[in-house]
Design a binder for this molecule. Sequence first.
Ligand code: PNS
Length: 162
Amino acid sequence: MNNTIAIYPGSFDPITNGHLDVIERASKVVDKLIVGVLVNSSKRPLFSAEERVTMIREMTKHLDNVEVASFEGLTIDFAHQNGARVIVRGLRAITDFDYELQMAQTNRILAPDVDTMFFSTSLQYSYLSSSTVKEIAKYHGDISMCVPEYVARLIEDKMKEI
Ligand code: PNS
């Protein structure tokens, strides 16, 4: 594939070691990877879209072909706006499969020129999710194995605010 641009859409509220593992690996197989942070007005995220973009930029600054942006609306529109033909998603376990397959198939019907590429999550991160991280942090549990130290500090600060 020549000059393959991929997007990696998600909520990333917050970004976890599992997401970062997918970003690192995907960045090696595509020419450019754009991490797309969904601005979802129907959800109340812990971090604003700007905060999530900033934190992901900081965590991926060592990866030359990775960019980070926020988007509203449909993932396939974000893909088209960026000239991307690939959507990257991570698959942790069979429990992700139904939802991910449905999303990939819907996106393919909406945009046949865009394909979804799944990365199986590395085993050590298969239990991880942003919601679990938030729940552990809420009750002052140890999240050091779930997120980078920089993100852990941001979560702790945010928990003090709310
Ligand atoms: O990290 P998440 O919350 O599992 O990511 C879900 C996401 C953002 C990829 C998905 O909700 C999405 O693509 N939302 C944008 C709206 C859209 O395109 N819907 C049609 C696809 S089914």
